[in-house]
Design a protein around this ligand. Sequence first.
Ligand SMILES: [Zn+2]
Length: 372
Amino acid sequence: MSVKLSEVIKVIEVIAPKALAEVWDNVGLQMGSYQQPVKRILLTLDVTPSVIEEAVNEKADLIIAHHPFIFKGLKTLSQDNEKGRLIAKLIKNNIALYVAHTNLDKAEAGLNDFLARKLGLTSIRTLDPSNPEIFYKVVVYVPIDMTEKIIEVFGKNGAGAIGRYDFCTFHASGVGTFRPLLGSDPFIGQIDSIEKVMEDRVEAIVPGGLLKNLINQLKKNHPYEEMAYDVYPLENGRLLNQNGLGKIGLLKEAMPAADFCLYVKNKLKLSFLRGGGIPPGTVRRVALCSGAGADMIGIAKSQRADVLITGDLKHHDAQRAAESNFWVLDAGHFGTEKCVTECLKEIIMAGLGDGSPELITAKALKDYISIY
Ligand SMILES: [Zn+2]
């Protein structure tokens, strides 16, 4: 199915708003146009010459990557260097490029949530909630036969998303009054006469970043010339927030540390694991942070995790773990992030369903670390 690129981006950014990204990061649309049609998407961890070759051969119109392709300021697009040649190849083949990196890492239902579910964890919480978002309550008054439509507009534009639920709204009926004045073009009623109408008050919460678009979409779909609505700032943003680095959750059953290593290798399809620190007797409470997350050792220990799973473990990280009587496992940067393609597939399919463009996973994905 062909959809506009902006539609694909919208479903990703409802889950992983760009505002969540770290300040040093570079996420979002890196090449192409929001307006271009997309029929086939190549999902990848990295953008490499082989991945671009694959996108061309597979006739993909869009590459969605986790690691930014354009990261630091480009000084030249000369095709005498590799970056310039790759960019030219993408442009010649009309292939757009979109990146969801630390915003996807930190999203409540993003990569770390996917990884936690892949490891079979339950009662999943964010290890280090951050970026508390400001939430608003939006209330719209609407003729009762339009309520379903307004609920749909709320849900499709990111309002009423609470934890693992969306389309969370409330409505109650009452009587609205208004008087159309000279020059108005009322949907109901007569000029200069006070009108009484049975209306529903429909309400939902919305994150601040999505508020403006939501109001625009509501106005577009509301029958009245002047939509009556209220926007209330909420104090519970910090309480609702589950965006942030890492996750912590429980295994269904505790298991000995040695069994847990086999379990992780099996779940993440790894041939080996590295580790450091002191293994516990049994493992039940598991913390994880995809990519390079050894900085989370202190937080994981303070949250009574039995182990932290991450990648890119360094000598001094393992030393720190040992000194604090904690256990850390290194499942590899690649090992903890290769599932980003499955995570993106899940998000896009949930958002677009049967209307989704075809989704393919890059075969050229590889771990650049070798074990000899
Ligand atoms: Zn990474």
